[in-house]
Ligand binder design. Structure first.
Ligand SMILES: Nc1ncnc2c1ncn2[C@@H]1O[C@H](COP(=O)(O)OP(=O)(O)OP(=O)(O)O)[C@@H](O)[C@H]1O
Ligand SMILES: [Mg+2]
Length: 225
């Protein structure tokens, strides 16, 4: 499903941030990206749907990620950003969650129904008509996730999804993710959550993947608990 070879990247005002990443992931597989602050996890993930474009090759489901394939790639890869604020921009939660469906050409009534179902399953029904900016941080994250899940991506990338969530919220998120059959990439500092939601982990250090293996083993090896 995902194949990355020798990916290199640096920001205009940084030194090398990704220093030759090789990565592969099967369809339906769930992988945790672990590693210290600044090790390159978010930068790497932003390449998978072409938000950043570095040197090297990336293929998603047989499609090379290039400027002219971005539309197709973004239909396959759903991304919930580290700061959910960047993802919510319409006057109500319902409109925000519906937005992607409408964009895909789904009719208004059907989009509204499917969005409401998602909102209910995320425990946000009381907020459907509220302004997303007035939600709490954890509620914003859930709303952003809802919009992305409705697009039924083949790859779901979640960048620090447990930040701001309370313990029951984390539990229901991991249960919800474990019911989803798409490939998942979960960037997290929450080791317990990683163990609950992924089978394999890769460990980033200074822009390189320095280890990979079963999630529990990697966490133990790096003392990442
Ligand atoms: N927009 C940017 N411009 C310049 N440098 C950046 C930018 N974004 C990130 N960096 C730098 O790139 C490096 C990797 O950052 P990245 O956000 O990928 O790390 P991360 O592993 O996701 O960290 P965290 O766990 O803190 O989210 C860091 O040194 C960071 O300072
Ligand atoms: Mg990050």
């Amino acid at each position: 499903m995902i194949r990355v070879s020798d990916l290199r990247y640096q920001y205009s005002d940084s030194g090398p941030v990704l220093r030759g990443i090789n990565y592969a992931q099967g369809s339906g597989e769930s992988v945790a990206l672990l590693g210290a602050n600044g090790s390159g996890k978010t930068t790497f993930a932003l390449h998978l749907n072409g938000i950043l474009q570095g040197q090297g090759q990336i293929e998603i489901d047989g499609i090379r990620v290039e400027s002219h394939t971005l539309e197709a790639v973004r239909r396959k890869v759903g991304f919930v950003f580290q700061s959910a604020e960047n993802q919510l921009f319409l006057p109500t939660v319902l409109e925000d969650v519906m937005f992607g469906l409408l964009n895909q050409g789904v009719g208004v009534e059907e989009a509204r129904q499917r969005a409401m179902q998602m909102i209910v399953s995320l425990n946000l029904e009381a907020y459907a008509e509220r302004n997303p900016f007035h939600l709490s941080a954890g509620e914003k994250r859930r709303a952003a996730l809802g919009g992305v899940l409705l697009m039924e991506p083949e790859v779901l990338i979640l960048d620090e999804p447990t930040t701001f969530l309370d313990p029951p919220g984390i539990r229901s998120l991991s249960q919800m993710l474990n019911r989803q059959s798409m490939a998942k990439i979960i960037i997290t500092h929450d080791s317990r959550f990683a163990i609950e939601t992924t089978t394999r982990a890769v460990f980033f250090e200074k822009g390189q993947i320095v280890a990979e293996g079963p999630t529990r083993e990697i966490i133990d090896r790096f003392g990442w608990l």
